[in-house]
Design a protein. Sequence first.
Length: 343
Amino acid sequence: MNFKTIEWKNNKVILIDQTRIPIEEKYLEISDYRELADAIIKLKVRGAPAIGIAGALGVCLGANKIDKDDKEEFNKRLKIIIDELAATRPTAVNLFWALERMSTRLENSKSKGVSEIKEQLLREALAILDEDKIICKKMGENGASLLKDGDTVLTHCNSGALVAGGIGTAVGAIHTAFNQGKKIKVFADETRPLLQGARLTTWELLKAGIDVTLICDNVAAYVMQQGLVNCVMLGADRIAANGDVANKIGTYGLAVLAKYHNIPFYVVAPTTTFDMSIKTGSEIPIEQRASEEVTFGFGKQTAPDDVPVYNPAFDVTPNELITAIISEQGIYYPPFDFKDHAQ
Ligand code: MRU
């Protein structure tokens, strides 16, 4: 990987601006937590694990800006900051998981002074980032074990190194299989309306030397019908206790298509994406985004000004359409039972 998705340097969060890829590789240096929150909302940093990491580092930016030595005041202000970061995007559970972990660290540091609490918070956020690298590696190996030499994989949205501290989720597994010497071809859906597949997945795969072909979303059915796809492999933003999966809008449609064409449908996601507090996918909050993303995408008007638009960013795929869910802990087959899945 010759780019860094997110890191902490000189008390700043350094992000590759994902809204500029593939036009340019521009890094943002963020020192204000509100700017970071805005970067999450605007998808400058995106993808489930990456927004968890960004949220945790955002807490550190916020903590550094509080110049109070009074612990009670510090805690009060930091909790408000954590709430602001939590209000950025609702669907990927990794954000809430990471913020919860930062809140627990704050709670457990009660006996310390403010400057030591700040240090401890930073240590926790960097641990989240480092752990994600190891998780991605294991998850990649587990996912790669399902890919055979010569396979063609259809993927949706972006789930490579841009979504994580490490090599990513589904694209991480493809990458791992490729590094194991397997010849893998990829069809990347462009992923309307924000084109994460066209802009980001193809960019990552081309950089890695992996054979990728870009298709419009509505070509997926046709390539399956033509027998050109061996499996669908993609990531997740939240997985319910029964194995229902929320992921980028269009995922559910692909799962239905895969079932019809008898093609395995694999979801690759770290434990931090599992939400065992909810029984089914119907409880997952689905982010609704601005109508301009559909009517005025990338600076060009493509629909009348006043047309009503429905623009959900995610959908939920019912567990019965999923062949396997792969995490760093192993491969799960239906009926999904994550009882032993440590969180
Ligand atoms: O709106 P985005 O670009 O943040 O959506 C991201 C996705 O839906 C990814 O497929 C998902 O995070 C899985 S990869 C970690």
